[in-house]
Design a protein around this ligand. Sequence first.
Ligand SMILES: *Cc1c(COP(=O)(O)O)cnc(C)c1O
Length: 414
Amino acid sequence: MDYPFQEQFAKDLASLKEAGTFKEFGTLSGYQGAEVTINGKTFLNFCANNYLGLAGSEMLRKAAHEALDKYGYGTASVPFICGTMNVHKELEQEVSKFLGTEDTILYTSCFDANTGLFETILSEGDAILSDELNHASIIDGVRLCKAERFRYKNSDMSDLESQLQVASGAQVAQVKLPNGTTRPRRILIATDGVFSMDGSTAKLPEIVALAQKYGALVMVDESHASGVLGATGRGSIEALGMTGKIDIITSTFGKALGGASGGFTSGRKEIIDWLRQRSRTSLFSNALAPVIAGTALYTLKNFDTLLAPARATLAENTKYFRAKMEALGFKLGGDGKHPINPVMLMDEKLSALFASKLFALGIYVRSFSYPVVPLGKARIRVQLSAAHTKAQIDTTVAAFTKVGKELGVIILPL
Ligand SMILES: *Cc1c(COP(=O)(O)O)cnc(C)c1O
């Protein structure tokens, strides 16, 4: 049946296909893991955020069954009406304990945590400084707030400082509140802890030092770092010795910490209390499903004991993959500390072709190109997991070698 603008939508879709930016979705049958099944064929999966291998694990399936029986299927309410259960409060306390923060508020995703953050704590006249490579949810959250926006170059501390000078200069003017009173302009610096396309870590000590110099708050999104970086897996903040120095932390249970869904904002007590009162993605959206909350609680409570071996394997796998790939002559991005390992191919078409040839060889990875990454910086993002065996990594490296030679990306001595 015809409907208004149908042709336009069809044309928009066709133009994506023409530009080569149309996304084909691979549909998995069965569990998420080191191996996945797509259309009846088995692939080695190197593109999940399943860093600790928990997503399809028997351990979490069991924990989830128990949580389901204990708390039921849903809350049928938003947190502030009647959707808050004991398990949510316990999980909030456990997250605070895990991160060494004062308090925590849960959301159904980190996307919601981020979109519910900025407009709740910043108003007209305030200033937000955001790294240009921050996640889409931070970008959207910043768009929703009325503060003056500053975007600084990725991890460029001199650019951040010069923008802080501008932002703090306006501080003298004070912010007029709707009730007629004034207060000093709030300044917030927002950054990903780990940048997802590069696998590089934010310069948190430098950012904190600049924040102190200019009287700004610091917000770090630890989604890719939680459970992965740091001596005890608490994230980039721990890895860089910044525990207790970050005002606001957001993160997800959808990556290393389980792989289902759910997110949170953690940090200074008064800020979290204010979010409970005013954050729209909490006030107007159902509470996190209790089965997810219960399973996340299980993961955090047992993190230091049960998951220490997985964290060690993950670090080892990352090192192993990088060493092999670099020895072959591939150029890898990132700093080598995170399981995100971009294989830099630069050319958009080459990168897409490379990924499709790997797919034909049974290796599931994705090519990322403009506009997700800058033009001329196309790459295949390889994500390691604790679930991978050395043999599976070897198979993937062999496939990269075969395709790399075929496409002239690497030249091996005869
Ligand atoms: C994945 C990710 C999110 C979104 O997390 P969800 O819980 O899946 O909504 C937010 N921020 C960053 C930096 C991420 O990598």
